[in-house]
Design a protein around this ligand. Structure first.
Ligand code: ADP
Ligand code: MG
Length: 667
């Protein structure tokens, strides 16, 4: 049942905001199996009428019943289905896909067929037999441009038949043909009507063509002026068209194939467009990787000096006025009254050592002497706090601290100067302090040489002694513990802990103590922040270049949509749904972007390894190593997907919204 009933169909085109009436209250009925010509001069509205008949254009008013069912209220998706199932279109300009061979051209219609159970192989079989029926079986692998106009039109007719529709709508099918070809095409349409029982509606301005049809409907200025119009009796009730049974056809693979063909079609254009994304992705990947790599390297150097280390300096306030006097007066950090409570109060403190500094006149052994070394009083935890290693002998134990043992560890330079090749272990060194007091210490060990940029406090010219010992023996004016070295639990906030320790001193000593906090960690934290900021900034620049690449892709896709207006229109006429058209262009952008992105990732990885390689040749401090930053690669990957989606979106929406009629009319 494919009887057509149009009643009171009107159509207005919208021209610059004005409604231009083209069809006026048309009534028209066409019986199933008729061969009808719609005849009229150019501009009378014939094509517009055909587009309405083919559900490519919605009339402004009126009613359209197909097989007795009203179809004007159907959704876009249902209309697409309807076109695919019930209509075969033949156009004046043939509208064959120029880059596909004849079989592929025929199969295009089956791509949007969601109701026929036939397999692709069966459809191919059908395409071959249809091409045979239209006399084109010898040209199967030809491209349309290798055929004459008449041959192309015969292929177009075969394509119209591929889904076995009940109605064939032909818009000036002979308009571009010579008279011999025109006759062949008309014969073909005639036989399709007679042998296959299809309704054939031919639009024409040619009396000759009209004469070959059973019935002629004349149109003039949007009105039907001649021919018998058989207005069907209104049906008692208009049954809905049966909803199509959906057949799942995986379209992704075909879409990918089409996308790939379109990319290859214009190789240099595709490559240049992709280059933007390649550079952008490579830049994002290498800036992040190199940024984090150098940051880790720089921080490693700093952290070798002692991780999570905090230095508290507390001095008595010498100019404290009488009215400000507090209960406890601060005179130096005390093991029992300060270190013990701090240890108990703050679980963040892992290790803690008071540090007493005493400048002495000399340290001597067997006639050899080192002038003005520094004697540093510490406890047994100091070594782990500051990452100082003993290369010979052993460090202090808590036994030495408790017993104020007169033992010492020699800085590397002192040991070398006093003992040369001899072992200093268990020897006694003599220390002369500035107030001419003398005392001696037994050497427990030698400290590892440590680099320093501090001239006044060279660690290799230090002499470590137990802090408890120095408090007894040292210069009583200088040698007071004014410094605490702390190793914090990993993950402790330095700012937080130092604030709490400051508060501890404030509550205990009021204004009699001046407390300051000094930490390499603060510096490292600042450094880390700066380096991260730097990486983020560079990555930002790289992302901008990636965005520019994305704009390039969007631009190319827009051009591609414009170039393929007709193809889009044709696909829609063949039953493609708007969302399928959108997805096709999105997939194309994604493939373009994905390909460029993959090349970009490889380029980026090669690129930053090259940078590292040359850096290692130029700067001896830099060692070449293979670096793979998984999160950077992942981020690059995410960027690719985002750019692909975003750059494809505008062109895809543009293609989706394209009106079929507009697309088919475009030149
Ligand atoms: P025919 O096929 O009989 O030559 P058409 O159906 O193509 O006629 O066009 C009928 C009238 O509608 C013409 O006057 C044409 O200028 C007008 N028309 C067609 N398309 C549009 C459009 N998109 N916007 C405005 N006017 C249009
Ligand atoms: Mg026309």
């Amino acid at each position: 049942m494919s009887r057509i009933d149009l009643s009171h169909i009107s159509l207005n085109y919208n021209l610059d905001g004005h409604a231009v009436p083209v069809l006026h209250e048309l009534d028209l009925s066409i019986e199933s199996g008729e061969m009808v010509a719609i005849l009229g001069p150019s501009g009378s509205g014939k094509s517009t009428l055909l587009y309405i008949l083919g559900c490519l254009l919605k009339p402004s008013a009126g009613s359209y019943r197909l097989g007795g069912s009203e179809i004007l209220g159907l959704s876009e998706i249902e209309l697409a289905e309807l076109r695919n199932r019930h209509f075969g279109f033949v156009f004046q300009q043939f509208h064959l896909l120029p880059r596909a061979n004849l079989v592929q051209n025929l199969l295009l219609g089956t791509r949007y067929n969601r109701w026929d159970q036939r397999s692709k192989a069966e459809f191919t079989e059908r395409a071959l037999s249809l091409l045979k029926q239209v006399g084109m079986e010898t040209h199967l692998r030809h491209r349309p441009h290798q055929l004459s106009g008449g041959q192309q039109q015969r292929v177009a007719i075969a394509r119209a038949l591929i889904n076995d529709p009940a109605l064939i709508l032909a818009d000036e099918p002979t308009g571009n043909l010579d008279s011999k070809s025109a006759k062949q095409v008309l014969d073909l349409l005639r036989s399709i009507n007679e042998n296959n029982g299809k309704t054939v509606i031919i639009i024409t301005h040619d009396q000759e063509v009209a004469r070959r049809c059973d019935r002629v409907i004349s149109v003039l200025d949007g009105k039907i002026v001649g021919g018998k119009t058989m207005v069907g009796a209104p049906l008692a009730k208009a049954p809905r068209l049966e909803p199509p049974r959906s057949v799942f056809r995986p379209r992704l693979e075909e879409d990918c194939k089409t996308a790939w063909q379109n990319i290859l079609r214009n190789k240099s254009r595709s490559f240049l467009t992709m280059l933007g994304v390649i550079i952008g992705v490579a830049a994002v990947l290498s800036t992040i990787t190199l940024g984090t790599f150098t940051r880790e390297k720089i921080l490693e150097t700093y952290e070798s000096l002692g991780v999570n280390r905090l230095v508290i300096r507390a001095y008595p306030r010498w100019n404290l006025s009488a009215t400000e006097a507090t209960g406890a007066k601060f005179e130096g950090v005390d093991e029992v009254h300060d270190v013990g409570p701090l240890r108990r109060l703050f679980s963040e403190i892992l290790l803690i050592s008071p540090v007493v500094n005493d400048w002495v006149r000399s340290v001597a052994f067997a006639g050899r002497k080192v002038d003005s070394p520094r004697v540093v009083g510490v406890n047994s935890e100091y070594f782990a706090i500051t990452n100082r290693h003993v290369i010979l002998g052993r460090p202090f134990s808590s036994f030495h601290i408790k017993n104020r043992s007169s033992v010492c560890l020699l800085g590397f330079d002192i040991a070398k100067k006093l003992f040369g090749q001899r072992s200093p272990l268990d020897q006694l060194v003599a220390i002369e302090s500035n107030n001419e007091a003398r005392y001696s210490c037994r050497v427990l060990g030698v400290l590892e040489s440590q680099k320093s940029n501090s001239e006044w406090n060279d660690p290799n010219k230090q002499l470590l002694v137990p802090e408890s010992f120095l408090l007894v023996m040292g210069d009583h004016w200088n040698a007071k513990p004014y410094e605490l070295n702390i190793k914090m639990q990993p993950g402790t906030s330095i700012e937080n802990l130092s604030e709490k320790i400051k508060q501890f001193f404030h509550i205990k000593y009021g204004r009699s103590a001046q407390v300051s906090v000094d930490s390499d960690e603060v510096l490292v934290a600042q450094m880390r922040r700066f380096l991260s900021l730097f990486t983020v900034m560079l990555t930002g620049v790289a992302l901008i270049s990636l965005a520019v690449g994305g704009i390039g892709i969007a631009n190319m896709m827009l051009v591609s949509v414009a170039e393929r207006f007709k193809e889009i229109g044709l696909r829609k006429a063949l039953g493609a749904r708007d969302d399928e058209i959108r997805n096709q262009f999105l997939i194309e952008a994604m493939i373009l972007c994905g390909l460029a992105g993959m090349i970009g990732i490889v380029t980026g990885i090669c690129g930053y390894h090259l940078v590292l390689f040359f850096a290692s040749k130029l700067f001896p401090q830099v060692k070449f190593e293979l670096v793979f930053n998984l999160s950077a690669i992942l981020l690059a990957f995410l960027c690719i997907v985002a750019v692909g989606l975003l750059s494809g979106l505008i062109p895809a929406l543009r293609a989706q919204k394209l009106q079929v009629v507009e697309a088919l009319r475009s030149e």
